[in-house]
Design a protein around this ligand. Structure first.
Ligand code: 8HG
Length: 294
């Protein structure tokens, strides 16, 4: 995609970007390390760097970065090469997706790190977003690397597998991870020892990648689909959590439809765009606080 990029004072300005709304991107459920600042911008950590994202009129301003990092990291991270307008147009042929994409019009699926997303979504099982964020922050503060202070706050990278293998289950539990602590230590052991190459899984088909990911303790179908969608370019993945189940049953299917049948229905209906559809639906359902039976 063609963008007009300006570099100025440790900032990158992307001019006239459509389909990019920081609130939608950072609050649609796909990431846990981005927080809103008083001025409505968002600061986050990725790739061991701290960056701030702000929208001003039709421009996106990335602060605390430069053109080299924009080209090497952020262009891909923010999925800037993808035409979200075309995706929304295609999905909008369905009435519910029309409403969902109108609501979350600025969502983009971030390309995040597979190891970080594996652990983040192991933590997400039976958990709520504020608690997931708190656990990830604690893990990073205690076992990640200090990066820098930005806007009065200290930032730390997400710990590497080797940073966790040295720790006891009890240490990890102390980061508000609860019963998931032993899954986290176990995953770190598997990845650090080279038993599983988490970065090679994206080369498999969606079906095979799902099977491989489910070999980790604490990874079921939902968690595996989140990992594939948010860090492995598997846009046909369709993670079904409580909210997606509710929204699918509310608009399309009978109550108490089996997860496998919801999955099949979504795959047929949305095909290669299932993952995008899921994200618009997840955001729409949560923000509207869609309850069972309306
Ligand atoms: O983006 C998400 N999609 C789906 N389907 N589920 C998600 C996303 N993000 C997220 O945290 N979850 C799950 O929802 C994890 C957890 O079970 C619950 C948090 O509200």
């Amino acid at each position: 995609m063609d963008y007009n990029i300006i570099e100025k004072d440790n900032k990158i300005i992307i001019e006239n970007v459509s389909d990019f709304e920081p609130k939608h991107i950072f609050e649609c459920g796909q990431c846990f390390r981005w927080n809103e600042e008083d001025d409505g911008s968002y600061t986050g950590v990725a790739h061991e760097k701290v960056i701030n994202v702000k929208k001003e009129e039709n421009n996106i301003i990335l602060s605390n970065t430069n053109r080299e990092d924009f080209n090497n990291i952020w262009y891909e991270y923010f999925d800037l090469d993808r035409d979200y307008k075309a995706i929304k147009e295609e999905l909008s042929r369905d009435e519910v997706l029309k409403k969902s994409t109108d609501f979350g019009y600025g969502i983009r699926i971030l390309n995040q790190d597979p190891w970080e997303i594996l652990i983040s979504f192991i933590i997400s099982a039976n958990n709520r977003i504020p608690r997931i964020k708190a656990a990830i922050e604690l893990l990073s503060e205690k076992y990640g690397e200090y990066i820098e202070e930005y806007n009065g706050k200290k930032y730390y990278s997400f710990p590497k597998p080797e940073d966790i293998t040295e720790k006891s289950v009890e240490d990890i539990k102390n980061c508000k991870t609860g019963f998931r602590a032993r899954y986290i230590v176990n995953a770190a052991d598997i990845v650090a020892s080279g038993q599983m190459d988490i970065y090679a899984i994206k080369n498999l088909t969606t079906e095979d990648a799902r099977k491989e990911l489910m070999l980790f303790s604490g990874v079921g179908p939902k968690v595996s689909d989140c990992i594939m969608l948010f860090s492995m370019d598997k846009y046909d993945a369709f993670p079904i959590d409580v909210w997606v189940k509710r929204v699918m049953e509310y608009f399309y299917l009978d109550e108490d439809t089996k997860l496998k049948d919801i999955q099949k229905y979504a795959q047929n209906k949305f095909g290669k765009y299932a993952g995008f559809a899921q994200q618009y639906l997840f955001y729409y359902a949560r923000e509207l606080n869609l309850k069972k039976n309306g």
